[in-house]
Design a protein around this ligand. Structure first.
Ligand code: ATP
Ligand code: PAF
Ligand code: BAL
Length: 282
């Protein structure tokens, strides 16, 4: 696997590939890779052509400096994992490479609509401006035909699709299913911070979502949220941030008479670790 830290070297490699043809598929990550990330690479491999993964812990999307500081960065392990799934190249730039003016913040603001301010956007203010800023820079560097994202970050996919249509980019966004541990916990790089006890308590997130899914259509959305929130709130060490049953495209909470397709999304602090998860309802 090729390793690049500079945009110009990556571009030379990609330009050489373009002469021989085949699509470029891109999997952006923040590293600390797990089977969820590897599933995105495996999906991307099905296109043929080149699969490029990026590892970059993007400072502009963090709203909590402690979260940024303690974000896991096991680079050597990540490179080994990428080799096992046949990734063609990894791009791991420095902060200065992506933000030449750093630590001065570059101007960036695009209209992502009202959805930006809901759920994750309400708890992590400015998060999606930071995400779209870096994803646009990475898209400019890689110029992929396809880009792969996990449904675990459901709202993120909507925001990236919005950014892609804002700039009229010719990139297909592919959304991939959530990969879970055997007991149902959604895989996440931040799971590494969970203590043994947190790890058990964390199961309440998926349990609450499953309760909502099993009873969707039998109980009203507001009754479901009330019951499922109680479940989460009785779990010691877990602090619920939001639990929402929402329209799949706008993430606006559905009304009680709504019976169509929706998504249930949850975020909670488990000990000191903030986790998110979601399930589709129909
Ligand atoms: N369990 C999972 N299943 C499928 N895709 C996933 C999973 N976890 C993360 N991804 C996807 O991998 C990509 C990179 O995510 P990221 O590097 O932030 O990992 P992460 O595990 O979500 O970490 P964290 O949430 O702790 O930041 C994103 O598109 C994300 O949605
Ligand atoms: C898309 C992304 C790589 C941008 O930093 C990040 O938000 C992530 O890993 O989901
Ligand atoms: N996977 C989403 C990136 C973040 O939590 O900042």
């Amino acid at each position: 696997m090729e390793i690049f830290t500079r945009i110009d070297a990556l571009r030379q490699y990609l330009d050489a590939h373009k002469e021989t043809g085949g699509p470029i598929s891109f999997v952006p990550t923040m590293g600390a890779l797990h089977k969820g990330h590897l599933s995105l690479i495996e999906q991307a491999k099905l296109n043929g052509g080149l699969v490029i993964c990026s590892i970059f812990v993007n400072p502009t999307q963090f709203t909590d400096p402690k979260d940024l500081e303690k974000y896991p960065r096991p680079l050597e392990h990540d490179i080994n994992l990428l080799n096992t799934v046949g990734c063609n190249a990894v791009f791991m730039p420095s902060v200065e490479e992506m933000y030449p003016l750093w630590p001065e913040k570059e101007e960036w603001h695009i209209d992502l609509g009202e959805t930006e301010f809901l759920l994750e956007g309400a708890f992590r203010k400015g998060h999606y401006q930071g995400v779209t800023q870096i994803v646009k820079k990475l898209f400019d560097a890689v110029q992929p035909n396809f880009a792969y994202f996990g449904q675990k970050d459901y709202q993120q996919i909507l925001m990236i699709e919005k950014m892609v249509s804002f700039f009229q980019l010719n990139i297909e966004i592919v959304s991939c299913p959530i990969i879970r541990e055997e007991d149902g916990l959604a895989m996440s790089s931040r799971n590494i911070h969970l203590t043994e006890r947190d790890r058990k308590s964390a199961l309440i997130l998926f349990a609450a979502l499953n309760f909502v899914k099993a009873n969707y259509g039998k109980l009203t959305p507001s009754a479901l949220i009330s019951e499922a929130s109680k479940m989460v709130n009785t779990e010691i060490g877990v602090e619920l941030e939001y639990l929402s049953i929402a329209d799949r495209k706008t993430l606006i909470p559905v009304k009680d008479d709504y019976k169509g397709k929706a998504v249930a999304l949850i975020a909670a602090k488990v000990g000191n670790t903030r986790l998110i998860d979601n399930v589709l309802l129909d």
